[in-house]
Design a binder for this molecule. Structure first.
Ligand code: TGC
Ligand code: FAD
Length: 395
């Protein structure tokens, strides 16, 4: 059995955390070690999300953990929330994705743009894992540019009729509820975008899993088709309006991903150090060779920088000061360095590095999705470019 994870903390980042934040982190860390890591390799190979873990995750308060207790959520601050994402992704990006989508992309829009009635009806059931949600923004022809979406919602005397298709939707086939973003005006009217709560058992709604994924294999990713889907008047999120609404949700999820990526990097680094100390070649542990030491030094440096970035971003977010551009910088940097750490770990492990019994290759493959979703690395580069120059590369 693999030894328990001891943490990676070269700069005493722990001392920047409160007792409560450390306690949350340690609880999730122990749960991941005991319940997720022992089963994830098999789930990954079989291409199944470990859905048997959902009740335990709900019991631990991992869904919408930074939303208020009044709705059955844990009411944690954003640093504690980030630490949860870090530990979940130390286990697997697919499991962190599940929690990110449930909390930041399905519960958050109801919390931010929903009526009191919608919040009271859905949020407690989502916190308890009784209702699983998904978030339909991306379309087959509109990925990086969601403003172009062609899914339409037409108002009728009884409610709304939705038509369109959404692509690459995490939890799409397992969700009971989909947050669907659609235009309510003409196809050119970006300001008419609104969010809808669509129960997935509504007639005309179907979800088909994307097969053949070589990344995020322990996560369900689906295409949603909406064909004359009729929902009632109160399905619309009343406070949503314009592209800004889904983009605000993305900022919440990107924040969690910035932390999550650090978790994946820490898992790989830990594996690399342990392997480097025990694998003997040419009569010496490979960790004694300068080339491998350079690899490890680079990994530790980048992980430490990413950890500090997360804590400060979390503090800014708790003060209501974090900007979407600061979140972009953290998502972009941390996913990129985590991918580098996973790749270098895989290489340090030699042939063993391609096996599922080690973690590096699974994390590396997963991080390729994380690099692409929630705004590709390129899109975050351009968001920062716009922030720096005041000039948009998009319009
Ligand atoms: P643009 O004109 O820049 O913005 C429209 C309005 O929105 C505001 N805004 C934001 N607000 C909050 N957070 C953000 N991140 C925001 N970005 C922009 C902006 O200020 C403006 O407000 P206002 O008041 O002026 O109306 O819009 P644009 O059409 O030029 O697009 C900009 C761009 C390209 C950056 C945006 O479209 C983008 O981020 N594209 C990437 C798409 C993306 O990330 N999709 C993710 C889909 S969900 C997903 O991947 C889930 S994976 C889940 C998992 O498994 O973990
Ligand atoms: P495209 O937009 O077609 O981009 C292709 C390439 O062109 C990329 O390299 C991109 O960086 C580059 N590019 C695009 N525009 C520019 C530009 N202006 N300048 C320079 N380069 C550019 N979406 C959801 O709505 N909900 C989900 O739950 C969800 N889950 C996902 C789960 C997985 C596993 C994956 C892989 C994706 C998921 N997505 C989800 C979709 C994800 O958000 C999109 O894949 C992402 O936004 C990129 O869109 P695209 O794949 O269409 O790529």
């Amino acid at each position: 059995m693999a030894p328990k994870f001891q943490g990676v903390d070269f700069y005493d980042v722990d001392s920047l955390l409160s007792e409560e934040e450390r306690a949350v982190r340690d609880t999730v860390r122990a749960w991941v070690d005991d319940n997720l890591i022992p089963v994830i390799g098999e789930h990954y190979l079989e291409g199944h999300f470990p859905k048997q873990l959902v009740p335990q995750m709900a019991e631990l308060g991992l869904f919408g953990a930074n939303l208020p207790e009044a709705y059955g959520c844990a009411g944690l601050n954003n640093v504690a929330y980030g630490l949860i994402m870090q530990e979940l992704e130390r286990g697997d990006s697919g499991v962190r994705s599940f929690a990110s989508v449930q909390g930041a992309l399905a519960m958050y829009p109801i919390y931010a743009f929903g009526s009191d009635e919608q919040k009271r009806r859905w949020l407690p059931k989502m916190a308890s894992g009784e209702v699983i949600g998904c978030f339909g923004l991306t379309e087959p022809d509109y990925g990086s540019n969601p403003a172009g979406m062609i899914t339409m919602a037409k108002e009728t005397k009884d409610g709304w009729v939705l038509n369109g298709a959404k692509m690459w939707i995490t939890n799409g086939s397992t969700a009971q509820l989909a947050i669907v973003w659609a235009k309510t005006g003409t196809v050119d009217d970006v300001n008419s975008i609104r969010g809808f709560i669509v129960p997935t058992n509504t007639k005309g709604f179907s979800a088909k899993d994307q097969k053949g994924k070589l990344s995020l294999r322990a996560s369900d990713t689906s295409e949603l088709v909406l064909q004359d889907v009729c929902v009632s008047k109160d399905a619309v999120l009343p406070e949503s309006g314009g592209l800004k609404s889904p983009l605000l949700c993305l900022t919440q999820a990107r924040y969690g991903i910035a932390w999550g990526a650090v978790g994946a990097a820490m898992a790989c680094y830990d594996e690399a150090v342990s392997y480097a100390k025990t694998r003997v070649m040419f009569g010496h542990p490979i960790g004694g060779f300068q080339l491998q030491q350079a690899r490890l030094a680079e990994m530790l440096t980048e992980i430490t920088k990413a950890q500090l970035l997360c804590v400060q971003l979390g503090r800014l977010k708790d003060q209501g000061k974090a900007t979407p551009q600061q979140v972009s910088l953290a998502k972009r940097n941390n996913v990129s360095i985590a991918t580098d750490v996973a790749r270098e770990t895989r290489r340090l492990l030699g042939a063993n590095g391609i096996l599922a019994e080690y973690q590096a290759m699974r994390h590396l493959a997963n991080l390729e999705s994380v690099y692409t979703y929630e705004g590709t690395h390129d899109i975050h580069t351009l968001i920062l470019g716009q922030e720096i120059t005041g000039l948009s590369a998009f319009n």
